[in-house]
Every structure is written in structure tokens, then in C-alpha cells.
Design a protein around this ligand. Structure first.
Ligand code: 6GU
Length: 283
């Protein structure tokens, strides 16, 4: 997988090189380019934003900066801070040589799956979910466009549909200063699902959300710590009882913390009976 990020704060994306994502880069399963949007801005002051049309507070990021940046990144013409060398070298053309090359066009239903995926983090986007993370872990090329201030001129997003499959996404119902932290969140959720990155397939199959339920609590040695014991069933050696207990902990935690998830979860008769014993009603 190739990930490119365009931002006015490239250093904010440094954590992409660390820990799990760094391991994926070393393994050659991931390459990352971080691009300073100001490289596409003109003049001595290199402005990337200006006042909103129609008035109002804040600033809007300029289309004449974002447009060429996203064109260059889609075509592999942007250098960025390369975090990997295993990426096949993409054709390099100057920006003016591209004029007159038509972009792909489609009506939204028949999206061209060969186009890179453009993810635009914004609090006004569709909520990002584990299902998105699973789907996007199969992508070849994901580009993130990080907006700051009051967002990016909407024409940039509309025009980008000529070269990308575009998704505007939110990571939750709160407002961040910019999209950079959301990129770190989404990239980590996606990259850990690339086959071979986590190593242990069972650890995704048992993830919270994978079966629509939250995972229950975990314990490890010592058996007694500060007078607190590990639940006895976990040290019984009876795998059938352990599985049943874990399922019930998962159901109970989901009921207490995220009861709305139970509507879409895959529940058998025993699950429903257990939940009903806790006061849950399926209607
Ligand atoms: Cl993706 N971006 C920003 N700026 N704020 C957010 C968000 C994204 N998701 C929730 N809040």
C-alpha cells in the first residue's frame, strides 16, 4: 500500500514512521510520502488560505493551491518526505506537461476502482468505522488531504472526483483543529489490517466491533495482585467455560456501554437469554 498525505504541518505526521506503521514500512508492505502543501503555494508569502466567500469567521484553504497538489500526488509527481524506497518509481512529468490530459470521469455509481482513494478528514464527513478500515486495507494507493481552518474550498473536493474516488470522513462527534490527527487514527486502523502487519490473524478476528460487540476484560499473571484475583474460570483450564464466560462478558459490557450495538450484532438464543437476564429487551 502507498499512503500520501498533504498537509501544512508535515512534522505532525512523524508518528507514521513509528511503531506499527514503521514496521509495515520496513517490511515493504507500506510506503508513505508526506507533502508540504506550501510547496504548491505561489509568491513570497505562500498563502494557502483566504477569507470565506460570503463573509464569516475563519479562513478557507485555496483551490489554486490544493488543485495542483492533488494532481501531482495522484500522478506520483510529488516528492514528499519519502519514508520508503521499495515503492516502484512512478512516471515523472512536469505539471505543465499534464495540461490537456483528461481525467477519468464517472457518475458516482460506476466509480473506477483503479483510481486512488482520496480521504478528506472533516467533522462534516461520514463517520469512519471498522468496516471502512477493513475495506480500505485492500487499497493500493490512499491519499489524505488535511484541511485546517474552516476547511478546503468545496470545488477542490468536487474536482478531485475526476482523478480519485473521494470520501469525506469524520472520526467522531467533536471538532479538531485540523485533519492531521484523524489521518494518524485512520492510517493506524487501516494499516494494522494489511495481511502480515499484525502477524496474528486471530487478534483481528477477536477485535472489538469485528462481530458487532465490544471485547470483554483481559487479565495476565500474577494470579493475585493487590489482593485482586483473576476471575477463577480463566485459571480453571476448562476452555468451554472460558469461551462462555468471555462471550457473556462481551455481551454485558456491550449492553452497559454501547447498547445500540446490540441491534445489529449477531446474537444466538443463548446470548439473548443471557442479555434478557440483565434486563435487555430486543424491541
Ligand atoms: Cl476527520 N477532522 C477535524 N478537523 N475534526 C474532526 C474530525 C476530522 N473528526 C472529528 N472531528
Amino acid at each position: 500500500m502507498r499512503i500520501d498525505v498533504a498537509t501544512i504541518f508535515p512534522e505532525y505526521l512523524d508518528p507514521l514512521r513509528h511503531a506499527l506503521l514503521g514496521k509495515a514500512i520496513e517490511q515493504g508492505r507500506l510506503s508513505v510520502g508526506v507533502h508540504d502543501l506550501r510547496d504548491w503555494a505561489a509568491g513570497t508569502h505562500k498563502p494557502v488560505d483566504s477569507a470565506p466567500a460570503g463573509g464569516g469567521p475563519g479562513m478557507v484553504m485555496k483551490p489554486d493551491v490544493w488543485g495542483p497538489a492533488l494532481d501531482d500526488i495522484a500522478a506520483g509527481r510529488a516528492d514528499g518526505s519519502e519514508l520508503d524506497s521499495a515503492m516502484p518509481h512512478l512516471e515523472r512529468l512536469r505539471h505543465d506537461e499534464l495540461q490537456g490530459v483528461a481525467g477519468n470521469s464517472y457518475d458516482g455509481e460506476g466509480e473506477d476502482s483503479d483510481l486512488p482513494l482520496l480521504l478528506v478528514p472533516t467533522p462534516t464527513g461520514k463517520p469512519f468505522t471498522q468496516d471502512d478500515a477493513r475495506a480500505w486495507s485492500h487499497e493500493n494507493h490512499i491519499v489524505f488531504a488535511c484541511g485546517r481552518y474552516e476547511g478546503i474550498d468545496q470545488r477542490v473536493i468536487d474536482d478531485a472526483r475526476n482523478r480519485y474516488r473521494v470520501r469525506e470522513v469524520s472520526i467522531g462527534d467533536y471538532v479538531l483543529i485540523g485533519g492531521e490527527v484523524a489521518v494518524l487514527v485512520i492510517a493506524e486502523a487501516v494499516v494494522r489490517l494489511i495481511p502480515g502487519v499484525l502477524g496474528n490473524k486471530r487478534s483481528h478476528e477477536e477485535d472489538s466491533f469485528s462481530d458487532g460487540l465490544l471485547e470483554g476484560p483481559s487479565y495476565t499473571k500474577p494470579r493475585v495482585w493487590r489482593d485482586l484475583e483473576i476471575p477463577e474460570v480463566l485459571t480453571s483450564g476448562n476452555h468451554g467455560l472460558v469461551d462462555k464466560w468471555r462471550r457473556e462478558q462481551s455481551l454485558q459490557r456491550t449492553l452497559e456501554r454501547r447498547p445500540e450495538l446490540l441491534h445489529d450484532a449477531d446474537l444466538n438464543k443463548a446470548d439473548k437469554k443471557f442479555l434478557e437476564g440483565l434486563g435487555w429487551t430486543s424491541a
